[in-house]
Design a protein around this ligand. Sequence first.
Ligand SMILES: O=C(CO)COP(=O)(O)O
Length: 122
Amino acid sequence: MNIALIAHDKKKEKMIDFVVKNESYFKKHTLFATGTTGTKIMENTNLTISLKKSGPLGGDQELGAMVANQQLDLIIFFRDPLTAQPHEPDVSALLRLCDVYNTPLATNERTAELFIHHIKKD
Ligand SMILES: O=C(CO)COP(=O)(O)O
């Protein structure tokens, strides 16, 4: 599967912990990420990730384009629900496209856990 990993700044540690814990799972898939999230994950794992731009600089939009082209099978996006983001319109657009294209989207760790253990690509 093609999986995108995204985390807002206050959720990056949680994302790294989650990916480290499930590294053997993620190793079997093709990974994409926004710039800072992906860089930090690669620094903490042996995974290879295709990096998009940082979120505030257009990374969410780049991943949104992949959703629109049906190139992503799963998005794990640990959002920070308590901090305003300068690029909130880009975040909303990405979430909207996931619903437009019926793309699985996990915005918290427990949902992500369920997804990675249960989603099989059609
Ligand atoms: O802001 C983000 C998602 O909206 C994440 O971007 P970075 O991974 O570059 O921090």
